[in-house]
Design a protein around this ligand. Sequence first.
Ligand SMILES: [Fe+2]
Ligand SMILES: [Fe+2]
Length: 225
Amino acid sequence: MEITLNDVKNNETIRELVSHANKCLEVIGYTDHGPRHVGYVSRIAGEILEKLGMPERRIELAKIAGWVHDVGNMINRKNHGLDGAVMLFPILCEIGMPVAEVCDVCAAVGSHEEETGKPVSDISAALILADKIDAHRARVRVKKFDLADIHDRVNYSIQSTKLTVQDGTIAIDYNMSSSSSPMDFLMIYLTRMQMCEKSAEFLGCNFGLYINGVKLNRWEEPDGV
Ligand SMILES: [Fe+2]
Ligand SMILES: [Fe+2]
């Protein structure tokens, strides 16, 4: 029997890890990393592979990796991808996932951080893309909202996002209000967007970064030159 995203979500240990990791990050002032964030990452990672025509099982494994990718924050923010992968290995084996699949999920989790991560598989590339593009006002924690904090300011200004995967391009367009700016966005998201470019390339695609419909990355030759 194949282990599904629902099996993983309903596992008590994993549920506690997801919740505790989010609580630890709340205490040290990070934006939301709870069910909203991991749910988004899970859904988008699956959607990217689905739109690229990948096999169903790869899509499900990407969704699983998305749900569990941040559990290492329960130990510490630093190296949370690596810690998460090591913690998840025995848990996923124990719930009956074949070791080869556990390796795929844990490799993706262990490779999603900016400091140490590079795409190592289709699942890993989809996870990086889904995780790094997640900027949205819903991530701002209401209790600690502070416009002087650049993470709050940027996230709060993003009212909606539109992801498209078509014709060999994975593109994200942020609908940003004037309470922040593309400059603010790039100050905190530049290396994440560069990681998205590498991940899209791994999947044989281009990556397009747009804010309010204006493309910010990749030079293109103008018409008629
Ligand atoms: Fe993370
Ligand atoms: Fe994340």
